[in-house]
Write a new protein. Structure first.
Length: 332
């Protein structure tokens, strides 16, 4: 049995990219024999300027969408990161293992710190160190596989490096995890800027399809998606034709097809966009219907999170206690 862990930050409404690149992969893992833990990593949402009420609202919405997407709390552990103290306990120990240079080389730190400075907000220290907290999220559970999108690969590699380094210095303590990526649509791109990821924190832009967008809104966004200049027809080429390739990736992920093979079925962009819109609407329809049912009973969702936090805490505490002993701290 393999232990799996993954999580999503509540920094914005969950998008089609979150669903195809992460949540749907979680549901598939949830149906198998592996032991899976899934988490709303709400502490990570505090690394940038935020509205506390909005973080709470988005955290609850994310957990509800996880359940609506098909995660079964009887088969997996679903919880809120801040409800399990072992994450922050282990994070400091791993900060004592990581280096400043490693943190400053993180691509997301470079991008987000530049954005914060440009807006005049200033860069929070937690933005620099949050990859260590992410490593703690993973290592606290003896995680073997971390299903994430391509943009998070670097952070999982850091977790691997810290686990190996800690084990070498202080004795065998952590399981060294590996990253697993979905075969198709690992990174869904913005429909208006196909060179940028479809991000949930990018506002309500026309290039971002949210999981709770109404069908008419989804169709409008897809039909207005940017395609590529020139008259080369529908060709799957991520480098030369990123707009068309993104649409084909989305269609392939929704239908289970191959993006290159799907390209051969279309002679124009209009038909491709219509089929993509239809596929996305149908893919999200049952999720949206189930979300509406769950949102009407928030107490049930809260119970799932409480029970999940209890199970997560029981798994993490022995591992974190062992790390404390190994690094030289006295037992209480």
């Amino acid at each position: 049995m393999t232990r799996i862990f993954s999580g999503i930050k509540p920094t914005g409404h969950l998008t089609l990219g979150n669903y195809l690149g992460a949540v749907r992969q979680w549901v598939a893992a949830d149906q198998g024999p592996d032991e899976a833990l899934f988490c709303v990593v709400d502490l990570h949402a505090l690394t940038v300027e935020h509205d506390p009420a909005r973080v709470r609202r988005l955290s609850r919405q994310a957990a509800t969408l996880f359940l609506a997407s098909g995660l079964d709390p009887e088969k997996c552990t679903l919880f809120m990161q801040s409800h399990v103290d072992e994450h922050t306990r282990l994070s400091y120990v791993l900060e004592c293992t990581a280096t400043d240079g490693e943190m400053r080389r993180m691509i997301q730190y470079k991008e987000k710190s530049a954005q914060a400075q440009a807006s005049g907000e200033g860069v929070r220290l937690s933005l620099l160190t949050y990859p260590v907290l992410m490593a703690a999220d993973i290592l606290a559970y003896a995680t073997e596989e971390v299903p994430v999108g391509e943009d998070q690969r670097q952070h999982v590699e850091l977790a691997r490096d810290l686990a190996v380094r800690f084990n070498q210095r202080y004795g065998r303590t952590f399981t060294v995890p590996k990253v697993t990526l979905p075969q198709v649509a690992a990174r869904v791109m913005d429909l208006q800027d196909p060179t940028s990821k479809m991000g949930k924190s990018g506002g309500a832009g026309p290039g971002v399809v949210f999981m709770l967008d109404e069908p008419g809104v989804i169709r409008k966004k897809v039909m207005r998606a940017v395609t590529d200049s020139g008259d080369g027809g529908v060709v799957y080429d991520r480098e030369a034709r990123p707009g068309v390739a993104n649409l084909l990736d989305v269609l392939a992920a929704c239908t289970g097809g191959d993006p290159a093979a799907l390209a051969d079925e279309y002679s124009g962009y209009g038909a491709l966009k219509r089929d993509v819109a239809d596929a996305v609407v149908e893919l999200l329809r049952p999720v949206q219907e189930r979300h509406a049912e769950l949102a009407a009973d928030p107490a049930a969702v809260e119970k799932v999170l409480r029970d999940g936090a209890g199970r997560a805490r029981a798994l993490a505490r022995p591992i974190v206690d062992r790390a404390y002993r190994a690094i030289g701290l006295l037992e209480p």
